[in-house]
Design a binder for this molecule. Structure first.
Ligand code: NAI
Ligand code: 15L
Length: 265
């Protein structure tokens, strides 16, 4: 049996911890990288751990050795000072892509965000929902970094033939927490299904897609994700009676539009 090695950046974070058991397979080694401490491998778990910064070219060169694919989740996951967003999310993503290119890693999945298009109006695309490839309308410096991540991914696909999937994640947590997430939630199991589809799709390609579940109150399109074989099994509506009453925001980015620019929260 030939083993596939997948490098996951940001593996100690919320999504990384949710994905670690879900992406485990007998024919796969997960190489987990984070600045923050990672849980040591459990008995029988096929993982390697790397403690270090994705902004460090030497760390990333070593982390990319013998890797078949990268899932890039690491970085700042909300608004922050411009200098930090620039260093970690923009320069950091460039460092990850450059290390991948130099090591000959053929495939990368980039965690983008709904905040790349946070200033797009809910409903502006009609009943089909906002398409995955709608052009950026970021709502924060953080959103700008995700639009830039998508642009860097496009460049590395075009120049070097790498397979690049950018996933505009809605809200991926154990359960939806509010009315907005009843539209934008992606269940952890669906997130793993979508990542598996990105890892398995034919190469080489470049695609931007929404990462959400098949929510009854959907406002974005699953077309691009379905085109690579994603089948959602979940719907935030199961939890509708558990979220506080509220209104769906007018814009995709919700409360991020009120976040002062450059202010960590
Ligand atoms: P998180 O903040 O819980 O995890 C991010 C991880 O990246 C942390 O463990 C942190 O230590 C690590 N990190 C930060 N700087 C680093 C560096 N220089 N080197 C190495 N590791 C570093 O965020 P979460 O929720 O796990 O999100 C993962 C990714 O998905 C992020 O890129 C985020 O922007 C994106 N995303 C997540 C959404 C969600 O609903 N969870 C929604 C949209 C996008
Ligand atoms: C994101 O991009 C964040 O990383 C996540 O923590 C949530 O705030 C999510 O968007 C959201 O919009 O719910």
């Amino acid at each position: 049996m030939s083993l596939q090695r997948v490098l996951v950046t940001g593996a100690a974070g919320n999504l990384g911890r949710l994905m670690r058991p879900r992406l485990a397979r007998p024919d796969r080694i997960l190489r987990l990288l984070d600045l923050a401490p990672l849980d040591p491998p459990a008995p029988g778990e096929q993982v390697e751990t790397v403690t270090g910064s994705l902004t460090d070219p030497e760390i990333m060169a070593a982390a990319c050795a013998d890797v078949d694919a990268i899932i890039h989740l690491g970085g700042l996951s909300r608004e922050d000072e411009w200098s930090r967003i620039l260093a970690v999310n923009i320069d950091g993503t460039h460092t990850v892509l450059e290390a991948a290119r130099a090591a000959g890693v053929p495939r990368i999945v980039l965690a983008s965000s709904n905040h790349a298009v946070g200033y797009r109006k809910v409903g502006e695309a009609g009943a089909d929902g906002l398409p995955g490839e709608s052009t950026p309308r970021p709502d924060t410096y953080y959103g700008v970094s995700k639009a830039t991540l998508e642009a860097l991914g496009s460049l590395y696909h075009e120049r070097f033939g790498m397979d690049v999937s950018c996933v505009r994640i809605g809200s991926c947590f154990e359960k939806p927490a509010d009315v907005r997430q009843l539209s934008l939630w992606m269940s952890p199991d669906d997130c793993a299904r979508l990542l598996e589809a990105c890892l398995a799709t034919e190469t080489p390609g470049y695609r931007v897609m929404w990462g959400v579940s098949a929510n009854t109150r959907a406002v974005v399109s699953l077309r691009e994700a379905q085109e690579i074989g994603y089948v959602s099994h979940d719907d935030a509506e199961y939890f509708a009676d558990q979220v506080p009453p509220g209104e769906l925001p007018e814009y995709i980015g919700g409360a991020f539009l009120e976040t002062p620019l450059g202010q960590a929260n």
